[in-house]
Design a protein around this ligand. Structure first.
Ligand code: CMP
Length: 136
């Protein structure tokens, strides 16, 4: 039985701008993730609004979408056992100030907006988010 799971990871503009993508990819590989698809893209504000639609009612929605579309990002399909939860553990808390030592957001995050990485929060959302970026 193949018990591997897939999740979407985004290396956000603040990390790509600092050229951290290779270092962050190595962190995933070191934790047993396979990067089965990846691409560097620059999305429009409209695409970011679609991607973050679940946050539409939040006060930070507009800034969040402006930010994700502000520069190039790297989107990846990551695979391993329990990929969703393991990716969330590796990323750490949303706000880098609250993230534990050794997590990506602690190491690389600058602020709650510029928190370097995004990861799907459930298996169901992982499927939706992977389909959003890798629908070919
Ligand atoms: P991410 O995991 O990409 O999902 C939504 C993003 O909204 C989150 O990371 C943060 O970067 C951003 N964000 C900005 N303000 C907040 C907030 N107050 N609470 C949660 N997320 C926020």
């Amino acid at each position: 039985m193949n018990d591997k799971e897939q999740t979407l990871s985004i290396i956000k503009p603040d990390a790509v701008e600092r050229n951290l993508q290779d270092e962050i990819k190595q962190e995933f590989i070191g934790k047993g993730f396979e990067i089965i698809k990846e691409k560097k893209i620059h999305i429009s504000k409209e695409e970011a609004e679609k991607f973050y639609k679940v946050h539409e009612s939040k006060p930070f929605y507009n800034d969040l979408c402006a930010y994700l579309s502000s520069g190039p990002i790297v989107v990846m399909n990551l695979q391993r056992k329990n990929a969703v939860i393991e990716n969330r553990k590796l990323m750490g808390a949303t706000n880098p100030k609250d993230a534990e030592d050794g997590t990506l957001r602690k190491k690389y995050g600058i602020s709650i907006d510029k928190n370097s990485v995004h990861g799907s929060d459930s298996v169901e959302n992982a499927k939706i988010e992977l389909d959003f970026f890798f629908n070919d």
